[in-house]
Design a protein around this ligand. Structure first.
Ligand SMILES: O=C[C@H](O)COP(=O)(O)O
Length: 241
C-alpha cells in the first residue's frame, strides 16, 4: 500500500508580521486567526483586507517560489444559520480565498451548513468540527452536498487536551478516508505538538494545523520562527520515512 503523501503545514497567525514569518518559514497555508478571541477567533475586516493586499503582493514580488494558500477563520459563532452565514460572508467579502467556519456542537448543524451553501458556491469554504465536542461525521455528506471545499477537525477547548487525546490515529484515518470519499480536502489540528506529527503524518490528511506549537507562551503568545522550522523539519523528516 502506498505511503500517505506528506501533509501540508497550516500555520495560524495573529497579525501581518506573523503572516510574513509563516511565509518565510515555509507554511503551505497561512491561516488568519486571532487566538485571543477563541478557537477560531476572527480578524477584523480591515485587517483581513490588509492581509489580502500583502498576500497579493507576495505573488507580484516573488514569482519563483510557491505562494502559500491563505485562509481565515470566521469566529466562534453561535450555531444560528443567519449569524453563521453573515460571519462567513464578512470574511469572504474581504477577498480571503478560503473561509474556515466553526461547526460547534448543535442540533442545528445541518441547517447551518445549508445556509452556507450559497456562499460555498462562490468561495472556498472549510467546515471545522471539534474533537472535544464528539462530532457526528455524518455531517461530511452535508458539507459535500453544500459545496464545501474541505473539512477539518480542531479542538474547541484549548485546555481540554490535544486532538490526539480525543481521537486515536485509526479514528482520524477513518475520518480522513470519509472526507476523501466525499471529495473534501482534509485537515487535522487541535493543540498539536511536535510529538503528534509522527502519529498523524501517515493518516492521509491534506494538512496539519498548528498555532500553540509555533508560539512561546502558548497559542496567544509570541510566534517563534524557530518553532515553525522545527515543525516543518519534523513533517519533512516523516516524509523521508
Ligand atoms: O487550524 C489550526 C489551529 O490554528 C490550531 O491551533 P491550536 O494549535 O491553538 O489548536
Amino acid at each position: 500500500m502506498n505511503a500517505a503523501p506528506t501533509p501540508g503545514l497550516l500555520a495560524s497567525v495573529a497579525d501581518l508580521h506573523e503572516m510574513e514569518l509563516a511565509r518565510v518559514g515555509g507554511a503551505d497555508i497561512v491561516d488568519l486567526k486571532q487566538p485571543a478571541f477563541g478557537a477560531l477567533g476572527a480578524w477584523s475586516s480591515e485587517s483581513l483586507t490588509a492581509a489580502v493586499m500583502l498576500w497579493n503582493a507576495w505573488e507580484a514580488q516573488d514569482v519563483s517560489s510557491v505562494r502559500p494558500l491563505l485562509s481565515a477563520t470566521a469566529g466562534d459563532q453561535p450555531m444560528v444559520p443567519a449569524l453563521l452565514r453573515a460571519a462567513a460572508e464578512r470574511v469572504a467579502a474581504t477577498g480571503v480565498p478560503i473561509v474556515k467556519v466553526g461547526l460547534f456542537a448543535s442540533k442545528h448543524t445541518n441547517e447551518c451548513v445549508e445556509a452556507l451553501a450559497p456562499l460555498a458556491s462562490r468561495a472556498r469554504m472549510i467546515g471545522v468540527l471539534f474533537a472535544d465536542q464528539r462530532p457526528d461525521f455524518a455531517i461530511l455528506a452535508s458539507l459535500s452536498r453544500a459545496g464545501f471545499t474541505g473539512v477539518m477537525i480542531d479542538t474547541a477547548d484549548k485546555t481540554a487536551g490535544r486532538l490526539t487525546d480525543h481521537f486515536d490515529a485509526l479514528t482520524l484515518g477513518q475520518f480522513i478516508a470519509e472526507a476523501k470519499r466525499h471529495g473534501l480536502m482534509s485537515g487535522l489540528a487541535g493543540s498539536l505538538a511536535l510529538e503528534d506529527i509522527a502519529t498523524l503524518a501517515g493518516v492521509g490528511a491534506d494538512y496539519l494545523g498548528f498555532r500553540g506549537a509555533l508560539c512561546s507562551g502558548g497559542r496567544t503568545g509570541r510566534f517563534e520562527p524557530e518553532r515553525l522550522a522545527q515543525v516543518r523539519a519534523r513533517l519533512l523528516a516523516q516524509a523521508g520515512g
